[in-house]
Ligand binder design. Structure first.
Ligand SMILES: Nc1nc2c(c(=O)[nH]1)N[C@H]1C(S)=C(S)[C@@H](COP(=O)(O)O)O[C@H]1N2
Ligand SMILES: [Mo]
Length: 346
């Protein structure tokens, strides 16, 4: 099995063998027009490719290492399709047709929210960005972005747009969906752990919210609430990606429906806290106290409960901690096995 640690970027775990979590949108925008991919922007004339035309271009096969920002990785995923470099070579019918002022490339999806992401053009080419048509020797399944998606090796997987409809060459960068809406880092290099940009919340604002113990419904990306006394905090439906709650006293806090992906709860007191329907993807609970906490229907992809390298004490979990046994399958094997043991499940 390909699991050499030197291929796992910092803070990532391998997903269970054979598992490939589905993340983000689940389907393209409905419609029966034949699928096309436009190559547009600073290129003249605009080119529109049908799937047959894409399949007729030189095909490249590669094994990619997928690294999701929510900490799961999957190595050696076989994909096949047209290198962006080959597609642009085909689309540039003359030397002059790709404008030399093109510095960025935006990949736009045909999906409900017109999802997109962008990269510096030179990076996309150098990383071997692929317009992918197949995975595991089969046409890409629809939920994986079929019939055609981007695969950008060497970047967090949010740079790999599903249901690719348009490749736009730009002079100035245009932030993508997650980058603009959720504070995801625009470079997204997993080896440098570029997951999020710093939050724009001022220290004063954060202090006032912490004093009021009311985060409900607010967007507080990356808030620093480490070491705070926050018993009974109301954080229902709050957006708390990458929030820092290390060592905080969060007994009986309410996180129902909150987005806590990649939040830090190391050594936090979470007794009787409620995480119903919360997004806990990539959250870190190392050495936290979760006795009596309710994590039912919370999404746990990539969450950490045990870290053998830095556990000051074991996470406190017992039969009073409520968790859906089925959700344990979302965890990487080492985490789910240890949790099953602690919960008395086999
Ligand atoms: N159109 C579209 N593309 C998308 C997303 C999305 O929500 N919509 N999510 C991104 C994110 S965050 C990830 S991790 C991967 C997930 O791809 P997968 O579902 O095949 O694992 O798709 C990326 N591309
Ligand atoms: Mo992601």
């Amino acid at each position: 099995m390909a699991s050499s640690p030197d291929r796992l970027p910092p803070g990532q775990h391998l997903a269970a063998e054979g598992k490939w979590p589905l993340v983000g949108e689940r389907r393209p925008r409905p419609g029966d027009a034949p699928w096309t991919v436009a190559v547009a922007g600073l290129i003249a004339p605009l080119r529109i490719y049908t799937l047959d035309q894409l399949a007729a271009l030189p095909q490249t096969e590669m094994a990619v290492d997928i690294h999701c920002v929510t900490r799961w990785s999957k190595l050696d995923v076989p994909v096949r399709g047209v290198l962006l470099a080959d597609l642009l070579a085909d689309a540039s019918t003359t030397e002059a047709s790709l404008d030399e002022s093109a510095r960025y490339v935006s990949f736009v999806a045909n999906s409900e929210r017109n999802h997109s992401t962008s990269l510096p053009l030179a990076d996309a080419l150098q990383l071997g960005a692929l317009v992918a048509l197949e995975t595991y020797s089969e046409p890409l399944p629809e939920q994986r972005g079929g019939p055609v998606r981007m695969i950008v090796p060497g970047r967090y997987f949010y740079k790999s747009v599903k249901w690719l409809a348009r490749i736009e060459l730009l002079r100035d960068d245009r932030l993508g969906y997650w980058e603009a809406e959720a504070g995801y880092h625009n470079t997204a290099d997993p080896w440098r752990e570029q997951r999020y940009v710093a939050s724009n919340l001022g220290k004063g604002q954060a202090a006032a919210l912490i004093a009021a113990r009311d985060f409900s419904g607010r967007d507080l990306l990356g808030i620093d609430a480490a070491d705070r006394e926050l018993v009974g905090l109301d954080a229902r439906r709050a957006l708390l990606r990458n929030a820092d709650f290390r060592r905080a006293d969060l007994r009986e806090a309410r996180f129902d429906g909150a987005n806590l992906s990649n939040a830090h709860f190391e050594l936090a007191d979470l007794r009787r806290a409620i995480f119903l329907d919360a997004d806990l993807e990539g959250a870190d609970f190392t050495s936290a106290d979760l006795r009596g906490a309710d994590l039912r229907a919370a999404s746990l992809f990539g969450a950490t409960f045990y870290d053998p390298h830095r556990a000051e004490r074991a996470v406190q979990i017992d039969q009073t901690t409520r968790l859906d046994p089925a959700r344990l399958d979302d965890l990487v094997p080492f985490q789910s096995e240890r949790l099953r043991g602690a919960l008395g499940l086999s």
